[in-house]
Ligand binder design. Structure first.
Ligand SMILES: [Mg+2]
Length: 245
């Protein structure tokens, strides 16, 4: 049985019974970037639909190779399909165009205003893409994106994977331990599972996939999509902000 995030913080089953501000003081919040902070799936799917005249939705992206598979279904050979895939997931100019995931930016502002931080841990890394103009690296594009949508977040709170040999999921678990994270927001089930296995953090997973639901993880909370929208933190933020008044 999965926990509601509200009940983790304050609720009948919770022994904590804390208000959210106190909770986040004790349980240091950390988060992923793609599809937790920035709505990457949305621009990837929209661009794919534009190229191929398809009508996929962001929630149809079940794994990142799906773009290659869809392109091959449209008749492209594997090499061309992989080229499209690389362009959509790694072109820094293109990634820069993503919009924020609803609720995350609001939660971030709420936390920083209270003197609490909401650092980002991202496994984004550079892969060679032939055409880009404005940004040379995904790091540059990501920092600029943050300056626009969350200018209150200092650059020291944005952690990139510098070691490209380390798998992204282990990098995240390593950083969560290093930063003493208490609650971590993630969208990838694989990454969530590694964090659950190797850290003591509560993991809030923004995902429709139920693979981890019945595996006995006591620290797992899952937020599913609703009404065709990608899973997001807006209902959670609305709940939290009610404690302010
Ligand atoms: Mg992600």
């Amino acid at each position: 049985m999965l926990l509601d995030i509200e009940k983790v913080i304050q609720g009948p089953e919770s022994s904590l019974n804390l208000n959210p501000e106190t909770f986040f003081k004790i349980y240091k919040p950390l988060r992923d970037f793609d599809n937790v902070t920035s709505a990457t799936h949305e621009i990837v799917v929209n661009e794919f639909n534009k190229i191929f005249g398809t009508k996929y939705l962001p929630i149809d992206v079940r794994h990142w190779n799906v773009v290659r598979d869809w392109a091959m279904e449209k008749g492209l050979n594997k090499r061309d399909a992989e080229e499209i895939e690389t362009h959509l997931w790694f072109n820094p100019d293109f990634l820069f165009k993503a919009k924020p995931i609803p609720g995350t930016c609001e939660l971030s502002y709420w936390l920083y205003e209270k003197g609490l931080n909401f650092p980002i841990i991202t496994s984004r890394k550079d892969v060679y893409v032939p055409y880009h103009n404005r940004f040379n690296t995904v790091k540059e594009a990501t920092l600029e994106w943050m300056k626009i949508y969350e200018p209150w977040v200092p650059q020291k709170d944005i952690h990139f994977q510098e070691n490209s040999e380390m798998p992204g999921n282990y990098f995240k678990a390593f950083m969560i331990n290093k930063l003493a994270g208490g609650i971590y927001f993630e969208d990838s089930l694989d990454h969530a599972q590694t964090v659950l296995d190797y850290t003591d953090a509560i993991v809030v997973c923004l995902s429709d996939k139920m693979n981890l639901d019945n595996m006995g993880y006591k620290n797992l909370v899952r937020i599913a999509s609703a009404g065709g929208n990608m899973p997001n933190l807006l209902p959670f933020y609305d709940w939290i902000s009610r404690f302010d008044s």
